[in-house]
Design a protein around this ligand. Structure first.
Ligand code: UDP
Length: 237
């Protein structure tokens, strides 16, 4: 390992990361590729916690706008994250990576409940631990779930895998002169409302000194590269 700054990381994957061109919510080929990235990181010696979102299947806020009660819609969204977690677990197992899924909403026939000390033990044994159902409460997002689990599991950083290669001072799709930050302060992200994660997640990372590394997960080999300190990313710190 050439970058000793991070040993244990939490990888946050939006549900959309599992989608393919064909519009499948969980594309097996895309999911397998993401699993391969996780395997490479594991084999490079990093300890990995993963939090998966559910936006590819169900988003509470959008459903609430169409008339479903917000809390109910959010519980439906949390169930969607469990489906994604099982898909990622399956893809990892198919390439020989030992994993456990822990859900914030207990579902004993499907996966383990979230138990911090047990998760710790899994990591010590070299397993990848996938956390599902966010924080387990409505009116939150899986970004908050990721920040919370990163703090609880004493992760050295939260890696946010997106489809852009970092945080820009303006929308790079609209503003040709937009510049990518190498590093940016939590306070700048919050004050300028830069689209990194929701504000409560950023505040939780700030209060617990957890850097947020924003990088492009769609680029093959990028997770391992960024972990080694080589790839392109923005660090919020
Ligand atoms: N959700 C929730 N509480 C949580 C995490 C998620 O209510 O702690 C619900 C919420 O409705 C959200 C949905 O689950 O819209 C899917 O999660 P998210 O939108 O964070 O997924 P992502 O955008 O990362 O794919």
């Amino acid at each position: 390992m050439t970058n000793p700054r991070f040993k244990r990381i939490l990888l946050k994957l939006s549900g959309e990361v599992l989608m393919g061109e064909g519009g499948l919510a969980i594309d097996p080929v895309v999911t397998a590729r993401v699993a391969g990235e996780i395997k490479d990181a594991r084999e490079a010696g990093f300890e990995l916690c993963v939090v998966v979102g559910g936006g590819n299947i169900f988003r509470g806020l959008s459903a609430a706008a169409k008339g479903i009660e917000r809390a109910t819609a959010d519980y439906m969204g949390m169930l969607a994250t469990v489906m994604n977690a099982l898909a990622v677990q399956n893809a990892l197992e198919q390439i020989g990576v030992d994993t456990r899924v822990q859900s914030a909403i207990p579902m004993q026939s499907v996966c383990e409940p979230f138990i911090r000390r047990r998760a710790e033990r899994h990591l010590e044994k070299g397993r990848v631990v996938i956390f599902a159902a966010g924080v387990g409460s409505p009116f939150f997002t899986t970004d908050s779930g990721a920040a919370l689990r990163a703090a609880e599991m004493k992760c050295d950083a939260l890696f946010k895998g997106t489809s852009v290669d970092g945080v820009y001072d303006a929308d790079p799709k609209k503003v040709a002169t937009a510049k990518r930050y190498e590093t940016v302060a939590y306070s700048t992200v919050l004050a300028q409302d830069l689209k990194v994660m929701d504000a409560s997640a950023i505040a939780l990372c700030r209060d617990n000194n957890i850097p947020i590394v924003v990088f492009n997960i769609r680029e093959a080999g990028n997770l391992a590269a960024v972990l080694q300190g080589d790839g392109v990313s923005t660090i919020v710190q």
